[in-house]
Design a binder for this molecule. Structure first.
Ligand SMILES: *[C@@H]1O[C@H](CO)[C@@H](O)[C@H](O)[C@H]1NC(C)=O
Ligand SMILES: *[C@@H]1O[C@H](CO)[C@@H](O)[C@H](O)[C@H]1NC(C)=O
Ligand SMILES: *[C@@H]1O[C@H](CO)[C@@H](O)[C@H](O)[C@H]1NC(C)=O
Ligand SMILES: *[C@@H]1O[C@H](CO)[C@@H](O)[C@H](O)[C@H]1NC(C)=O
Ligand SMILES: [Zn+2]
Length: 388
């Protein structure tokens, strides 16, 4: 039996964002706390269903449930994936703008543009340049809450709150997280939230070749489709890093980029560079501006740390008091159904007529029935082992 463990400390993580996040976890302590539970669960699953599960590092409350019957073999979570040969022809390379592939510095961030350089390719990260096809804000009075980088073991608390308060949100998920927490993704979809893509390994896309961008998106799409039965069209480039080359690759792959208009900068909580009170004030500012602002908004938050989830929950009543909480699809003048490739031809919604009641297609439902059965058996076996 092999117990796979994604040791984040030993993994090459070129993005500063992930460095900041993962260095705050004391993995050795977490391992001490959870290795026993994981071990018991692993043995139990092995005994009961004869499968090798994945143990989880850095998980506070999550019980490993990785007996999802994957049909495909996926790249290691958070590693830069290779393109599948059959995906290369999806993008006509010679019709893609020849913007240079941006270079990263030693700290993993993009080297700044040369002094006096101009924004030839509508680069958002440096120049906040947007194209009309980018979804980046919302109609006046409307606000879409979005959460990036999950699913994670911390997410469930947020999912519960959203469900109890009947709020729908958009989740930009990372492929490497989806294959570790497929049951969390399925729950999100079943709860009526919008599922969108946030790449496989969270790279700066303008620093990647066309082929690398294809691989990031297609692997993530494949994993998501395996779990929920549909393929998202909405995607968010990590760090908002997009230019016209990346836009064209995304377009040819059938994806629509979503940026944001309001950033909580909750990711700075991990390093202590920002505190909860400051974020609360930022959110109160957005709410206070609702009546005078010419537009609504799309906010950026993350559901991958305990504090991040806490502040996300605290922000919701504030925003709800000032705006109609709506979905990213509406901000982009799309129907809720049309955000999946399989239902792409469904008509646009008029503002404020969101009906977030997607029914999952049968694809994937069967797999989950199987998974639920396995999980039940695992739970029973665990109890038996503990009490004998
Ligand atoms: C929310 O939507 C309703 C109905 O569509 C509208 O009357 C109201 O003005 C909107 N709220 C805000 C804060 O704009
Ligand atoms: C375009 O395709 C060529 C040949 O496959 C490849 O070498 C090149 O890297 C591609 N361009 C980009 C920007 O990815
Ligand atoms: C609110 O609006 C004011 C004036 O338009 C602007 O200066 C301020 O940045 C806005 N605050 C937020 C949090 O958006
Ligand atoms: C949605 O429609 C509004 C009004 O026609 C327009 O201003 C806005 O740019 C559109 N948004 C997108 C992303 O197409
Ligand atoms: Zn992200």
């Amino acid at each position: 039996m092999t117990i796979m463990s994604y040791d984040i400390k030993n993994q090459k993580l070129p993005s500063p964002f992930f460095f900041q996040l993962f260095y705050i976890f004391d993995l050795s302590n977490i391992m001490k706390t959870f290795v026993f539970a994981s071990f018991i669960a692993a043995i139990t699953v092995k005994l009961v269903v004869g499968q090798s599960p994945t143990s989880i590092s850095g998980a506070p409350t999550y019980v490993p449930q990785n007996n999802f019957p994957w049909k495909n073999k996926y790249p290691t979570p958070l590693s830069v994936p290779e393109i599948k040969p059959e995906w290369a022809s999806l993008v006509k390379n010679d019709t893609v703008p020849q913007a240079p592939v941006n270079i990263k510095g030693p700290d993993g961030s993009l080297l700044p543009p040369a002094p006096g350089a101009t924004d030839t390719y509508c680069h958002w990260s440096f120049y906040q340049c947007l194209k009309p096809t980018d979804i980046a804000s919302c109609q006046k009075g409307n606000w879409a809450v979005t959460y990036d980088d999950g699913p994670s073991p911390y997410s469930s608390k947020l999912y519960d709150y959203l469900k109890e308060n009947n709020i729908k949100a958009t989740f930009f998920v990372i492929g490497g997280q989806v294959v570790q927490y497929p049951d969390l993704l399925k729950r999100l979809y079943d709860d009526g939230h919008e599922i969108a893509l946030h790449t496989w390994s969270h790279q700066l896309l303008t620093s990647q070749t066309n082929e690398e961008i294809i691989a990031e998106l297609k692997w993530t799409e494949l994993a998501v489709k395996e779990v929920i039965g549909v393929s998202p069209r909405l995607m968010r480039p990590p760090y908002g890093d997009i230019d016209d080359r990346v836009r064209e690759v995304l377009k040819q792959l059938g994806f629509i980029p979503v940026i944001w208009s309001a950033d909580t900068t909750d990711w700075k909580l991990a390093s202590g560079a920002i505190d909860v009170a400051t974020i609360q004030n930022t959110v109160k500012g957005w709410a206070a501006n609702a009546s005078t602002a010419t537009q609504g908004g799309i906010s950026l938050e993350h559901d991958i740390t305990e504090k991040g989830v806490e502040i996300a929950i605290q922000s919701l009543p504030v925003l709800k008091g000032a705006y109609n909480l709506t979905l990213t699809s509406q901000c982009g003048n799309m129907s809720h159904e049309a955000i999946y490739k399989e239902h792409q031809d469904q008509s646009s919604s008029s503002p404020n007529s969101v009906s977030p009641n997607a029914t999952p297609s049968n694809d994937g439902v069967d797999s989950f029935a199987l998974m639920k059965t396995s999980l039940m058996l695992t739970a029973i076996a665990l109890l038996v082992m503990l009490f004998l």
